[in-house]
Design a protein around this ligand. Structure first.
Ligand code: GLA
Ligand code: ZN
Length: 744
């Protein structure tokens, strides 16, 4: 794990834009001191300044600036400049430019407009990276390598296509195996040879989902390979400094879980649209991204970029209201960041980012509102210095997986006008966060050991071994809450035969039989059964997708119509129009008790399964049923005891309040410890970091009004912030408790 001695504070710095103004560069050092800036990232797009002509190097300006920064107590994150190539390179070696999916080579321009395969590009990157490494790679100012900048996009040139075919050959071995896994018997898509395969394209093959999925995997593999190549060049030239690359918000172009394996510390760039929605909605969204980034390595991460003021590429460039900059910055720290870094320190004079917010704007003074806010944030990070390197432990995790996202969003059906994967993920996340729990957001590859509860929203694609992992997690006492549209396809997007959720039907005590897509104006409800009334206090609405499941013994969709009235509502056949009270069902009415003889809370006849776990054979307990449509009265929420654990199944796209009630119950049942607060008012964010020597409780008010915070554990002292009894909007209070337990 990369350890820093202080929380890094600063941001992207582009002195090459100011070389003609030595007085400005001198001023920058003074401003950095005033704002308590201790780290800047340099060299990100400096290639043309470092190598103005092929083989001609001009490093003096950079070396001088790095020295000056060092003398002034500012450390450096040193970037490799591969994010944008010089014009001479593109002109002399056109093969370095990207080719789009219809086969056209781009002109020079933009940033990531180069081929990651091109031997020339790799060679030229090696030369410049190694120059950098030799000259500055061991400079005492340099803390970290910043590899390229926001990798993204793909190249479809002949070299990349050939590389794709090589990657496929390695993956599948034979073309027969590829045909089988890709289901190419469909639409006469059989390939006779790997040599025939082309990348997906709007002008060509765009329906073969397995091809598209593998192409996306390949793009991640290619980009990661390029990143690793860049790092290896630095190592070869003798620099051992740790390396990171900056990732992006909800970016679907790369599987960050893969990339993260090859960096020493994860970092990302955040540009939330504050003041657009309710602040706490934005805070939850941003908090979840922080948690995704932290969970990639389950270690502290770095906030590599954020905007000190307004962001010029957004549809509306909104100023941050007073206090928001500090709130946003401390939120990153609360979620496990060891830095607050901006894009950028000094606002550029021309080109496309001239109106992007910066610590120092075109006016050029420190007597600005934004500068004062930045200086205040810098001072707060000094107070919180001991949080650096502390960890965020979570007992609950929500699963989010890039490959699953790709596969699900690419599939046709069950709802092409919106599956709402991110929103569904957020519902589980929010239900846990409102209880103040630290939450990891992990991909399918991560271990589940150490968690007490995991939420598995819409895990359409199951990678090999995933079902077994969930099974043993449950058997050993874990609580799982999985939703509809899970366990449908395998790694190459082939539907599992023999029933879904694949490999877990006994764990959940059900089989998913059908899924109904709802038009935007349609909805259904979940009506609690007698068993479910301890969990659901009201009827909840669902939209978009309703899964119809078969639970042994419960009222079944298959037998609907054949049965007598034992599944009707209390008021006889009064259907969906029934009032809430009338709609509450009894367990027996859903056919459950009658057929299984099972009472609420009992798991039914248990027997040992093959692997020795307790196995429930009588089907899940039905906690809620649908309130309308032809599947009225069939399960909408179920619970099954499996081994020592519990498996909940959420059958439809329910509203947030449904998730809140179910998770409240499941968290208690799983005995997850909640933070020591009398109450968590809506809009207040709570996070905990731990060092082993001390625990830190960080509380932020993202609600619209002042809030009262009462910590019930007297061993916590306020270490940062004013009166917690009157926590104003955007304010943060941090409590500390030493592990010895005694007040110091
Ligand atoms: C990205 C880039 C930066 C800059 C900012 C502007 O995050 O990495 O170079 O362009 O956006 O918001
Ligand atoms: Zn290419």
């Amino acid at each position: 794990m990369v350890k820093f001695d202080q929380l890094l504070y600063g941001g992207d710095y582009n002195p090459e834009q100011w070389l003609e103004y030595p007085e400005i560069l001198e001023k920058d050092l003074e401003y950095m001191r005033l704002a308590k800036i201790n780290t800047v990232s340099v060299g990100i797009f400096s290639w043309a300044m470092l190598e103005p002509e092929e083989g001609v190097f001009r490093f003096e300006w950079l070396e001088e600036i790095v020295d000056r920064l060092y003398e002034n107590g500012v450390s450096v994150i040193l970037a490799t400049p591969s994010g944008a190539r010089p014009k001479w390179l593109a002109d002399k070696y056109p093969e370095v430019l990207r080719v789009d999916e219809s086969g056209h080579r781009n002109f020079f321009g933009g940033r990531h407009n180069h081929c990651y395969t091109s031997p020339v590009y790799r060679e030229k990157v090696k030369i410049i990276n190694q120059e950098l490494a030799r000259r500055l790679g061991n400079h005492p100012a340099v803390r970290l390598w910043h590899i390229s900048n926001e990798y993204g996009g793909a190249c479809y040139c002949p070299l990349c296509q050939e590389e794709f075919r090589r990657w496929l050959r390695e993956k599948y071995g034979t073309i027969e195996e590829l045909n089988r896994r890709w289901c190419t018997a469909f639409w006469s898509h059989r390939y006779n040879d790997f040599a025939q395969i082309e990348a997906p394209s709007q002008r060509g093959e765009r329906e073969l989902h397995a091809l598209k999925l593998d192409w996306k995997r390949f793009v991640t593999a290619r980009t990661t390979d390029f990143m690793r190549y860049e790092i290896s060049c630095l190592r070869e030239a003798g620099s051992k400094k740790p390396a990171t690359t900056n990732m992006m918000y909800h970016f679907g172009g790369l599987n960050y879980a893969e990339m993260a394996k090859y960096v020493d510390v994860v970092s990302w760039d955040t540009y939330p649209t504050w003041h657009k929605e309710k602040e706490h909605v934005t805070a939850l969204d941003c908090g979840m991204q922080h948690d995704i980034m932290r969970s990639l390595k389950k270690q502290p991460f770095l906030l590599m970029e954020s905007c000190p003021s307004s962001t010029n590429w957004q549809s509306v460039s909104k100023l941050k209201k007073p206090g928001m900059l500090q709130a946003q910055s401390l939120q990153a720290i609360a979620h496990g960041s060891d830095s607050v870094l901006y894009f950028q320190f000094r606002q550029s004079q021309g080109a496309s980012e001239k109106f992007h917010g910066a610590v120092v704007d075109h006016y050029g003074g420190s007597d600005t509102r934004v500068f004062r806010e930045a200086a205040k944030t810098g001072a707060s990070l000094e107070v919180l210095r001991e949080l650096c390197g502390t960890e965020v432990h979570a007992e609950a995790a929500v699963l989010y997986d890039w490959e699953n996202r790709w596969a699900m969003e690419d599939a046709q059906g069950p709802r092409n006008r919106g599956l709402f994967y991110k929103e569904t993920l957020e519902k589980s996340y929010r239900a846990l966060r409102r209880l103040g729990l630290n939450v990891d957001v992990i991909d399918m590859g991560k271990e589940l050991d150490g968690y007490r509860l995991v939420a598995v929203p819409m895990m359409y694609l199951f990678k090999d071994g995933f079902a077994e992992k969930l099974r043993s997690f449950t058997a050993q006492g874990g609580t799982v809450l999985m939703t509809y549209w899970s366990g449908i396809v395998d790694e190459t997007d082939r539907c599992f035969l023999g029933g879904t959720p694949h490999g877990l039907m006994d764990v959940f005590g059900l089989r998913s039989a059908e899924i109904d897509g709802l038009y935007d104006w349609e909805s259904n409800t979940a009506v609690p059964t007698e068993c479910g009334q301890g969990i659901l206090k009201q009827i909840h609405t669902c939209r978009a997708l309703c899964e119809l499941v078969e639970v042994k013994g419960a009222k079944s969709v298959l037998t609907l119509g054949e049965e007598d009235c034992d599944a009707e509502t209390e008021k006889g056949s009064e259907k969906a129009s029934g009032s809430e009270k009338e709609m509450v069902m009894k367990c027996g009415e859903s056919g459950h008790e009658k057929k299984t003889g099972k009472k609420c809370g009992e798991s039914g006849d248990e027997e040992k399964s093959v692997d020795g776990h307790e196995k429930s054979d009588s089907g899940a307990e039905v906690l809620a049923v649908y309130g309308s449509d032809f599947y009225e009265g069939t399960p909408a929420l179920t619970r099954n005891v499996y081994g020592k654990g519990t498996a909940y199944y959420i059958c439809a796209d329910f509203e947030q309040s449904f998730y809140d009630e179910v998770f409240d119950y499941a968290v208690k049942e799983a005995r997850i410890s909640i933070p020591p607060l009398a109450e968590i008012p809506q809009g207040v964010e709570v996070m905990q970091r731990d060092s082993g020597e001390a625990s830190y409780l960080m509380i932020q008010n993202f609600s619209e009004t002042e809030q009262e915070i009462i910590v019930t554990d007297p061993e916590y002292d306020v270490m940062f912030g004013k009166d917690p009894k009157r926590l104003k909007k955007y304010e943060t209070v941090v409590f500390r408790k030493s592990a010895a337990g005694k007040k110091e």
